[in-house]
Design a protein around this ligand. Sequence first.
Ligand code: GDP
Ligand code: IMO
Ligand code: MG
Length: 421
Amino acid sequence: MKKVDVVLGLQWGDEGKGKVVDVLTPAYRVIARFQGGPNAGHSLHFEGKKYVLHTIPSGIFRDGSVNVIGNGVVIDPVILSEEIAGLEADGIDVQGKLLISKKAHLILPTHRAIDAASEAAKGKTKIGSTLKGIGPTYMDKTGRNGLRIGDIVSPEFGERYGRLKEKHLGLLRQYDYPVDLTDYEKKWFEGIENLKRFRLIDSEHAVNRLLDEDNTMLAEGAQGSMLDIDFGTYPFVTSSNTLCAGVCTGLGVAPSRIGNVYGIFKAYCTRVGSGPFPTELFDEDGERMRQIGMEFGATTGRPRRCGWLDMVALKYSVMMNGVTSLIMMKADVLNDFDRLKVAVAYRVNGERTTEFPFETAGEIVPEYREFEGWKCDINSMRSYDEFPRQLKEYVEFIERETGVPVKIISVGPDREETIVR
Ligand code: GDP
Ligand code: IMO
Ligand code: MG
């Protein structure tokens, strides 16, 4: 009987989960997404090509893999169908490798409109949502109004869709947010028809059966721990549990069935959208991280905010996820920096703390520890032994602080640019 291993982002998303899942997949038969939806953008680079996945698990490129979209995921049939069409055009057998949970909720065209209306109404205090309808869809899920993938074959589907849409239109009138959904709605129903050719399954049974039958399984997180609905920088978060606990509710596996937890972080920090970011840089260093790291959103193209590594936030994430191995990404982006900084504590209203605080609206002043930069090109290095002393010191400091070994270090976007210790 196997357990499910988990890959999670420990920061504010975009840590490099797509790349890591792609690197790890040869060791796994089943790859499963358990939360989030098309707000995610997971990039994979191999054989000179780049792919960005939004809803489909990053195992889809590997022959013989089983890719599950779990019940905790929210699905936009338009975006999923476009994603499938792109992969099929490249000769990938998506139909043979993809399983979709009947319990996954549907993002309606009106959910997207409500997301946009809500953000517009918030003005300056907007979340910076990806505008994919994520928040309104999870609201309808917990509000017990949602439509699910398993409903699309019901003879009453059209009627239930109409009722929910009417409810949403009422809300949009309150927002005074006029929308024309005709085009999107047409594509949405085409998307629904398209999804009927896929295996729509009772994924909790399938997932547990696959584990009982000794299949290896990797759960692929979306977003990051600091965007978790409960523990992230609320209200500037997404609407799902991005933590390891989300694997249990988003796939239907018991906590005792969780195996290794791989926590991914960048050697620095980024965030896209609004909200607290204690180590954010507004200077030349931040701009260099953005340019060298090509820090522009994989889903929205927005420039990502950049800053130093934050150990206060990282240790908080490690604690809540029960991380067993750390994976450090994008160390190569820092190749040219003379000196690096890492936040080891905050001053909140003048008081020093090493715990991530409740109140994040005011000023948080990070206390930094400085490190010597390695000042050399690490992209072509393929073993830890080759690493410069300064980089080893950086890695070993993180291991001491978190108490967790850094098992993989990524030195470039390509599959090959990866060091496993
Ligand atoms: P995800 O959402 O966690 O899958 O991450 P994204 O794909 O949104 O963003 C990560 C970006 O960094 C992508 O463009 C990756 O190709 C790129 N990337 C991943 N690992 C590395 C690395 O080690 N070095 C560099 N320079 N880029 C990387
Ligand atoms: P991956 O999986 C980075 C951010 C948005 C916004 C907030 C809420 O690629 O790491 P939402 O659309 O969920 O209502 O937006 O969360 N956000 C992400 N930031 N990476 C992501 O996914 C994100 N998904 C959502 O920018 O601040
Ligand atoms: Mg991303």
